[in-house]
Design a protein around this ligand. Structure first.
Ligand code: FAD
Length: 583
């Protein structure tokens, strides 16, 4: 009897766990996705042609493909694999492990900018939304107006994304402490739970649901018309094919790509005036693909023996990354894991965010530093032949000498908005899968440095608020100099450190700068593409993604990049069909 009631109890428990685990989880089985086929399968359908060929199934590429497929035949080519069934992508607690995966098929491809900052770019269907920290926050009205976007359509496009992939967080203790600390430090008013970009402190949305399961831009493909939408994985586009005829602009007519076996494939547009190749390969991938395909500064192209299709001086120029600096705060007990949920938006254009507790799960890599850690996203994602051996050795040595307690804690992060320092992207070779050389010139402009110092001072104020010091009695015991010292020692960029790093906030900023992965630019509006994202000087070719931005939207960009995919899809349909577009 006892056994049998125990069995019933056990079954109920399993059932309840199942309900909890399955809540809000749209996996490939429950979503009505189009088939996700390997690129080699394309040879069987070689004679097909498409109204739109989209290069890059990322943050903007997926919503764009889904929307265009409502009326037209779309081919979506993604160089990475499927996000479904990959636990490192799907679960918040594995955020760091995903970034640390350096296998050739990893969803994350590491690179080091020439500034010495370790960075990552996505290589998977769903793009950056599969490997990011999940925070969701819209752009402000000013950004929308400066972009020349139709505000009504923008206000329809954000909710289209939100109802499919965005959730409110169950706010974690570290994030709640930051929220209260920000308010006590004067970053006010409190704007509650909001997607809007408004001065003060707020809790934003997240693409992780209440069970910690990640919803990505790939899920948006379920909103498309499967009969019109063909998605190929491991399809790495290495050239846009142009028709060149005298007296006419170069016209994109198709693309050349490699399949998962290294086989060469070609796909072509339907011969209609309005068919297009749309490049949505991200801020690194899009300028890189234009250059490899012969669109860029003549001198840069000839250096790599690339035939010039169009001399376009600004391709790869104006690359920016929002510098981020972080202060590590030790705690008595390891705090619960959290990625960004709270943000302080200061009037000085400095955003304060936080992460915590990535050192204690069973799967965790020993002693790592959460969002900033070498193990999670940075040093270990880099193929060994690209690492500076000396830097790795020094890092390991420093880290081993740190007391274990310093790995129990969280970070407060300061990111500066709209950096005035910019850089560029140039090719290393003509392989679309290798990394180009990217330079961001962090803090070259004195105003960027001034704002970083303001951010670190704001963090110091938060540390000394009653709320925060009650929450972290251990961390609050440390003077700022000691906290900065710990943060410098744990920092994993390849920039040489100085003895005054913990006493000069300026030096701290310069020496410990890392990325929050919001890099953008390389195909700016008005320079490489026009207001409608058509590549200037060509026909049948657009670029639609974060490479077209000259500043990163909102506090964090993914909301606007996904919105932009939907927005441009609807806009293109309306341009062609008017009211009959019906979207
Ligand atoms: P992507 O989403 O990167 O899409 C480009 C796609 O094109 C990729 O899937 C790539 O594989 C594919 N591709 C590239 N080249 C080719 C080719 N030649 N052939 C075929 N396919 C190709 N933003 C937030 O708002 N909140 C956050 O919390 C946040 N955290 C982040 C954390 C990390 C670790 C990272 C990396 C980013 C984070 N971001 C965050 C930033 C945000 O995710 C990106 O800005 C955004 O996803 C970029 O979108 P995109 O469409 O421009 O590029």
């Amino acid at each position: 009897m006892a056994l049998s009631s125990g069995g019933v109890f056990f079954k109920i428990l399993v059932f309840l766990c199942f309900i909890r685990l399955s809540q809000g989880r749209n996996n490939s089985a429950t979503l009505d996705l189009p088939p996700l086929r390997k690129a080699s399968s394309f040879s069987e359908m070689q004679h097909d042609t498409y109204d739109y060929i989209i290069v890059g199934g990322g943050t903007s590429g997926c919503p764009l493909a889904a929307t265009l497929s409502k009326k037209y035949k779309v081919l979506l080519l993604e160089r990475g694999g499927s996000p479904y069934g990959n636990r490192n992508i799907s679960y918040l607690e594995n955020f760091h492990i995903c970034l640390a995966d350096e296998s050739p098929n990893s969803p994350s491809q590491g690179f080091i900018s020439t500034d010495g900052v370790i960075n990552a770019r996505a290589r998977v269907l769903g793009g950056g939304t599969c490997i990011n920290a999940g925070f969701y926050s819209r752009a402000n009205q000013r950004f929308v107006q400066d972009a020349g976007w139709d505000e009504e359509l923008v206000n329809q496009s954000y909710p289209w994304v939100e109802e499919r992939v965005v959730h409110w967080p169950n706010i974690a203790p570290w994030q709640a402490a930051l929220r209260d600390g920000l308010l006590e430090a004067g970053v006010s008013p409190y704007n509650g739970y909001s997607y809007d970009h408004i001065s003060g402190t707020k809790v934003g949305g997240t693409i992780f649901d209440e069970t910690g399961y990640r919803h990505t831009a790939a899920d948006l493909l379920a909103a498309g018309n499967p009969a019109n939408l063909r998605v190929l994985l491991h399809a790495s586009v290495n050239k846009i094919i142009f028709e060149m005829s005298k007296g006419h602009r170069p016209s994109a007519i198709g693309v050349q790509f490699k399949d998962e076996n290294g086989g060469d494939q070609q796909a072509f547009l339907i011969q209609k005036r309005r068919s297009e190749v749309i490049v949505s390969a991200g801020a690194i991938g899009s300028p890189q693909l234009l250059l490899i395909s012969g669109i860029g500064p003549r001198s840069e192209l000839t250096k790599h023996n690339i035939s010039v299709v169009l001399h376009s001086e600004h391709v790869g120029k104006g690359m920016s990354d929002n510098p981020m600096n972080s202060v590590f705060i030790p705690t008595e007990n390891p705090p619960k894991q959290s990625l960004i949920e709270t943000v302080g938006i200061t009037d000085d254009g400095v955003f304060i965010e936080a992460s915590s507790g990535f050192s204690q799960t069973a799967d965790s890599i020993h002693c790592h530093h959460g969002i900033m850690s070498a193990e999670i996203g940075q040093l270990s994602t880099i193929p060994p032949n690209q690492r500076s051996l000396e830097a790795v050795r020094k890092y390991v040595q420093n880290k081993n000498s740190l007391p274990k307690e310093v790995f129990h804690g969280g970070f407060i992060l300061s990111k500066i908005d709209g950096p005035l320092s910019t850089g560029n992207l140039v090719l290393v070779d003509t392989d679309a899968n290798s990394n180009p050389n990217v330079t961001f010139n962090y803090f070259k402009h004195p105003q960027d440095l001034r704002r970083c110092v303001y951010g670190i001072k704001t963090i110091e104020r938060i540390m000394h608020t009653n709320t925060f010091s009650n929450f972290t009695p251990k961390g609050a015991q440390y003077p700022m100099e000691k906290l900065l010292n710990m943060s410098v020692t744990a920092n994993i960029n390849l920039i040489p450190k100085h003895t005054d790093d913990s006493t000069s906030f300026e030096q701290f900023c310069k020496d410990t700068v890392v990325t929050i992965w919001h890099y953008h630019g390389g195909c700016h509006v008005g320079k490489v593409v026009d207001q409608n994202y058509r590549v200037i000087g060509t026909s049948g070719l657009r670029v639609i993604d974060g490479s077209t931005f000259s500043r990163s939207p909102g506090t964090n960009p993914q909301a606007t990049v996904m919105m932009m995919g939907r927005y441009m899809g609807v806009k293109i349909l309306r341009e062609r069909l008017g009211r009959a577009a019906g979207v």
